[in-house]
Design a protein around this ligand. Structure first.
Ligand SMILES: Nc1ncnc2c1ncn2[C@@H]1O[C@H](COP(=O)(O)OP(=O)(O)OP(=O)(O)O)[C@@H](O)[C@H]1O
Length: 954
């Protein structure tokens, strides 16, 4: 009830009331003694009472709600007040109950911007938190009260028991005085004098009483301890939770304030609307002020005009007064004049009468005069006097007449002036009337205008007010319609909040599941990958093995022969009949008919004249691609001048040869391999008269040198040699264009020069396997050798002879190297020429070599063709000498011409057969047997291959 009273009294602070109750309760605990009547305070409220109090809180007391409404519906500053730090507890704990929240929200929504809905949500949340807090506090208090009540009952029982015991140990109660009733607080009250009243008790009684008192004291101490313990527990539990809740609420309060500030910020749309409305109102106010000023001016003008009219009136009155004065003066003058006239008239009359009298008496006068004249001088004097008098009177009359005329003139003037003044007055009056009329009209106009303006302003203000009201109504409608949405949103928010709260666990669960799945998949994939990688490696090794085996079966050095077609000019000449024929069943046999003698040459492949560049390349491309696998490959075209070496290697513009095709093939091959990272670099070198020229360099006439790599790898390198990295097919075209151009600028006659120099295209393929980390490096040397015609036949001299000697030297050095390699000599004379020195790493060890022998089909070139073919066959025979015999048996050239024998057939200047002869003399291995390869030779080659694989690195 006290709580309710406090609600009713202040309408605020449920918590305050609660605090008061608690404080009182505590005070009661402190001051109360056991046995004292329970004071009527909150401390004694039973749990049921506390719950009923809480119920009152939950329902929300009307004053509190009103206060809330009042506070909320004012403005943002009210919200500030609500959320200010000073009254946090009270503000939050006095929030309305949940049952009032919708109306609160609605009001708040009406009075505040829709953007403050979030604020409402926050407030609602705070309210919920406050309710929870209240619940906890109430529960705790109820518990506390119940404990206190039970304790109090216990004390009462103890006191009653003690009293009963005391009563029982005394003498008959009726004989003894009534013992003092124990005070309600359980403390014994001493009788006056400070001595115990039961001094006559027996020692047993005294002991019993003392014991009981001690017991009571012990119980009191226990009670105090328990009370303290309860206080401590309450402060620890309740207060701590309360503080935590309060901290949370303070934080929430801060956040709400920030949101409110953000709502108040100039970026808020409602603030902008309000600002625009304020501007509109101020504009109208300024207009109204202007109108008022205008009205004041008009009134001032009216006053001025009125004052002017008044002054005119005054002037008129003055004029009237003057006129009256002048009239009066005139009247007076007239009167005076009339008087003077009358007097004059009288005098005149008198004079006339006198005169007439005198005239009437002329005879007498005459008589008198005569008499005077005649009669006496007195009469004459009298006459003279009379005459003087008459003159005087006449003068006076003349004066009077002049005065009269003057007065008449004045009178006329006065009358004129008066008439003028009257006229002027009339004019003034007319003017005044006109001015007054104008003034009235103007005043009327102004009044009308004022009324009109006021009316207009009023109408406009009304319409604007109406519009504002409509807007307001619309906003209210919106707010009303938004209210359910707000509720939905709130519920959504709560739902989402719950989801968000649950989200981390769900997420964690999902992540762990996903992790497990991913781990599973990764392990599966890695297993599959490993399996695939293993298979891939196995397949790659198998492919390489097969490829190698294929190449090995074909021979590490292979010899192809290409017969060029007869040109148009040669067809026209008499000597156009071909001396070469082919075996339709064996494309590795070539027949040469010379001087009636047919020679058979066994080679690895013979290309007839009609063979296309594409077909030729088909046969060599396996060699080219083995370069990608890290093998060194050398393809060189050998033959006499004009036999088609350049055509085969370089080709023509629209029909490229091996060089371009090989480079393009390598490029496309390495581009297709996804798990490998390849780099293709290209160099072009020309060897002319044992001099090395850099065909891709800036200055191709510079001479290069071949040196041993200083890194100790034993590799050779050419310092200053330009290397182009090919990254696109366009780069390939550019490389060939540049090489061709440099070769053309280095000599005056390209064709002439080209037949006298060796052209080398050096392609280096470096690979890195991303998956396995393996690295490979292969080199492809594509060599267009100089022509091998005999000097004697060509009749070379001087520089030509030197060129021919250089060519012979290099070609014979090439033969020597091949011979030594196949004979497994301890020393291979690579350094005997620049050509072999440069090709060292491509002719060595496990390298693969293809010799393309170019021959002319014309009988005129028979001896050069025979020489070339014999050289080719011996080279091939060297390779297969250990295991092949078939070809040897079939060959009609089993005792095929050596260099010497060729020399027998042809002039002794044939350049090449030297190595062959040395090869022949090298030992038994150099037989010309060409049997098919035996398994043993294949095994040997295989082991040789595995042992000699150079570039593969783990
Ligand atoms: N297979 C072929 N098909 C068509 N024409 C060819 C063929 N082989 C060679 N020729 C033509 O024969 C001529 C001589 O060829 P090429 O210049 O290639 O000979 P070469 O051996 O390189 O001469 P040199 O040693 O002087 O450089 C060229 O005009 C070339 O076009």
């Amino acid at each position: 009830r006290e709580v309710e009273t406090s609600w009713g009294a202040s309408g605020s602070v449920g918590k305050k009331s609660h605090k008061v109750c608690r404080r009182r309760g505590r005070g009661g605990d402190d001051s109360r003694r056991p046995g004292q009547p329970v004071p009527r305070s909150c401390t004694l409220l039973s749990p049921a009472a506390m719950f009923s109090t809480r119920k009152t809180w939950d329902l929300g007391h009307a004053p509190c709600l009103e206060l809330w409404k009042k506070d909320i519906s004012l403005d943002a500053s009210s919200l500030d007040f609500l959320m200010s730090d000073g009254e946090d507890d009270a503000s939050f704990l006095s929030l309305p109950s949940l049952s009032h929240r919708p109306s609160l929200s609605a009001e708040l929504s009406e009075t505040s911007a829709p953007s403050q809905q979030l604020l409402i949500q926050r407030v609602t949340w705070c309210w919920t938190a406050a309710n929870t807090l209240q619940d906890k506090v109430c529960e705790f208090q109820a518990r506390l009260r119940s404990e206190e009540v039970s304790r109090h009952l216990l004390l009462q029982q103890l006191q009653q028991q003690s009293a009963r015991e005391k009563t029982s140990v005394r003498e008959p109660p009726e004989e003894r005085p009534q013992p003092p009733q124990p005070p309600p607080n359980g403390v014994r009250v001493l009788p006056p004098g400070g001595k115990p009243s039961d001094c006559s008790r027996s020692p047993e009684e005294e002991q019993l009483v003392t014991r009981l008192q001690r017991k009571v004291e012990e119980l009191e101490e226990k009670l105090v301890d328990q009370t303290q313990e309860v206080e401590r527990l309450r402060s620890e539990l309740g207060a701590t939770d309360l503080e935590k809740q309060l901290e949370l609420l303070v934080v929430e309060n801060q956040r709400l304030k920030q949101e409110l500030n953000s709502c108040r910020s100039p970026h808020c749309t409602h603030s902008q609307d309000a600002e625009s409305l304020r501007r509109e109102v101020s504009r109208w106010e300024s207009q109204a002020r202007q109108r008022e000023r205008r009205l004041a001016e008009l009134e001032r003008e009216l006053l001025e005009k009125s004052s002017r009219v008044e002054s005119l009136h005054r002037q008129l009155e003055e004029s009237t007064r003057q006129l009256e004065e002048s009239t009066r003066l005139q009247e007076e003058a007239r009167t005076r004049q009339q008087d003077a006239e009358q007097e004059l008239c009288v005098r005149l009359q008198e004079c006339e009468e006198e005169l007439s009298r005198q005239a009437a008496s002329p005879p007498r006068v005459q008589v008198v005069t005569q008499t005077v004249e005649v009669e006496s001088p007195e009469s004459q004097r009298a006459l003279l006097e009379l005459q003087k008098k008459s003159f005087g009177l006449q003068e006076q009359l003349g004066l009077q007449r002049a005065l009269l005329r003057e007065l008449e003139t004045q009178l006329h003037q006065s009358q004129r002036t008066c008439a003028q003044l009257r006229t002027q007055i009339m004019v003034y009056e007319g003017e005044m009337e006109r001015a007054q009329g104008q003034l009235e009209v103007e005043m009327q106009n102004l009044e009308e205008e004022k009324n009109r303006v006021i009316e207009e302003a009023f109408v406009r203000a009304e319409s604007e007010m109406k519009a504002v009201h409509e807007n307001l109504a619309g906003v209210r409608m919106n707010l009303l319609s938004l209210h359910p949405a707000l509720r939905t949103l709130t519920s959504d928010y709560n739902c989402l909040k719950r989801q968000v709260q649950e989200f981390p666990f769900m997420l964690e669960k999902a992540i762990s599941e996903a992790k497990q799945e991913i781990c599973q998949v990764i392990s599966d994939v890695s297993g599959t990958n490993e399996e695939l990688l293993r298979k891939y490696k196995r397949e790659m090794n198998l492919r390489k093995k097969c490829h190698n085996e294929l190449v090995r079966l074909k021979g590490n050095i292979r010899v192809f022969c290409r017969v060029r077609p007869v040109s148009q000019e040669e067809q026209d000449s008499a000597d156009s009949k071909t001396m070469l024929s082919f075996d339709s069943e064996d494309d590795a046999v070539l027949y040469l008919c010379n001087k009636g003698k047919t020679m058979t040459f066994d080679l690895d492949k013979v290309f007839a004249p009609h063979a296309t560049q594409e077909e030729v390349f088909q046969e060599v491309q396996s060699l080219v691609t083995s370069c990608i696998d890290g093998f060194n490959v050398c393809i060189f075209a050998y033959g006499q001048t004009g036999s088609g070496k350049t055509f085969t290697m370089e080709g023509v513009l629209d029909n490229p040869g091996i060089n371009q095709r090989a480079l393009r093939l390598l490029f496309s091959e390495v581009t297709d391999k996804l798990d490998w990272d390849y780099k293709i670099s290209v160099s072009m070198v020309e060897i002319y008269n044992e001099m090395l020229r850099n065909l891709l360099g800036e200055n191709p006439s510079d001479k290069l040198d071949i040196k041993l790599n200083p890194d100790g790898s034993g590799q050779l390198y050419v310092p200053g040699l330009t290397e182009f990295t090919v990254q696109s097919p366009e780069d390939i075209n550019r490389v060939f264009e540049l090489g061709h151009m440099n070769r053309a600028t280095a000599c005056t006659n390209l064709n002439e020069h080209s037949s006298r120099s060796h052209a080398l295209l050096i392609i280096t393929v470096t690979g890195f396997n991303i998956a396995t980390g393996n690295r490979t490096q292969g080199k492809l040397n594509l060599v267009d050798l100089a022509g091998s015609e005999r000097i004697g036949k060509s009749g070379a001299e001087g520089s030509r002879l030197r060129e021919a000697q250089c060519i012979n030297k290099s070609l014979s050095a090439l033969g020597d190297v091949i011979n030594a390699l196949r004979g497994k000599h301890s020393h291979v004379p690579f350094r005997n020429s620049r050509l072999t020195y440069l090709l060292q790493d491509s002719l060595n060890g496990d390298s693969k070599t293809l010799m393309m022998v170019q021959v002319s089909p014309l009988p005129g070139n028979a001896s050069e063709s025979v020489c070339s073919l014999k050289f080719a066959q011996r080279v091939r025979s060297v390779e297969f000498s250990a295991s092949s015999s078939r070809k040897h048996e079939n060959s009609s050239t089993s005792s095929s011409p050596t260099h010497d024998s060729v020399e027998l057939d042809s002039p002794p200047v044939t350049p090449v057969p030297l190595p062959i002869s040395r090869a022949s003399s090298a030992g038994s291995s150099l037989s010309f047997s060409s049997s098919s390869r035996t398994p043993s030779s294949r095994r040997r080659s295989q082991s040789q291959l595995s042992a000699g694989r150079l570039k593969m690195t783990a």
